[in-house]
Design a protein around this ligand. Structure first.
Ligand SMILES: O=C(O)[C@H](O)[C@@H](O)[C@H](O)[C@H](O)COP(=O)(O)O
Length: 232
């Protein structure tokens, strides 16, 4: 368990710093690297800045730490955002892009994605799939991925990916990584920008509390990249 907090000037700097971290991980090796991207406007900008920073995408596998239960062309699709912000600008083998099949519905899509993770991502010492980097955003209510305050998904410890049908933020049907998979990652990044995140960010800095899902990330090796407006 650890938390490292990197303070930078503004939202653009959060995205830029995070892109540099992810690019450094990808550029440091030619072996397979697994990166889970995130939804939200801060990660979206990070994806744009990341595109030209990685010298060779051939060994990089891309995933999403949460998705909406919609098809890839729906405006609510995180994959659609990733396609626009990153995939359209890079050369990457199609087999390296791991899309959540949201159009299958939240529960089937989650089960299929978990199976794909287990198949493709080699397990670490704790027996859980070891992502090189997982990126997460945070909402003003302290939610991260699609783990929302007061919702049961935060307590799931027997599955790596779950579906939910009652997200308080639309759309209601979603698919999300769970804490065991997030905690297993070599590097777990939380991108936080904006004054409306200040209270939740203070709770993240205070330590793990199940009422604040993003704070539970610090039970893994959490790196928070936060701007001046959100910094506690
Ligand atoms: O749940 C969703 O629908 C959003 O994707 C959300 O999780 C987002 O990631 C955060 O609210 C941070 O978003 P910003 O980076 O845009 O503030």
């Amino acid at each position: 368990m650890s938390i490292e907090i990197v303070r930078v000037a503004d939202k653009e700097a959060v995205a830029a710093h995070s892109a540099e971290v992810v690019a450094a991980v990808c550029n440091a090796t030619s072996r397979t690297v697994h990166v889970a991207l995130a939804g939200g406007t801060t990660p979206e900008r990070c994806h744009e800045l990341l595109a030209p920073l990685v010298s060779d995408w051939g060994h990089v596998h891309l995933w999403l730490s949460d998705e909406r239960a919609v098809g890839p062309d729906d405006d609510d699709s995180n994959f659609k955002m990733v396609r626009r912000s990153l995939l359209d600008g890079i050369q990457i083998p199609a087999g390296n892009v791991h899309r959540v099949l949201g159009e299958r519905g939240a529960d089937d899509a989650a089960a299929l994605y978990q199976a794909e993770v287990l198949d493709a991502v080699v397990a670490g010492a704790d027996g859980l799939p070891l992502f090189d980097v997982i990126m997460c955003g945070m909402g003003p209510d302290g939610h991260t991925c699609s783990l929302f305050p007061g919702h049961p998904e935060i307590h799931v410890d027997d599955r790596l990916v779950v579906g939910l049908h009652d997200s308080p933020k639309p759309p209601p049907d979603r698919i999300t990584f769970t804490l065991p998979l997030l905690h297993a990652a070599k590097r777990l990044m939380l991108l936080v920008a904006g004054e409306e995140k200040r209270d939740a960010m203070a709770k993240v800095a205070a330590g793990p509390d199940p009422a604040v899902p993003a704070s539970m990330l610090s039970l893994g090796a959490l790196e928070v990249v936060v701007d001046g407006a959100a910094a506690p």
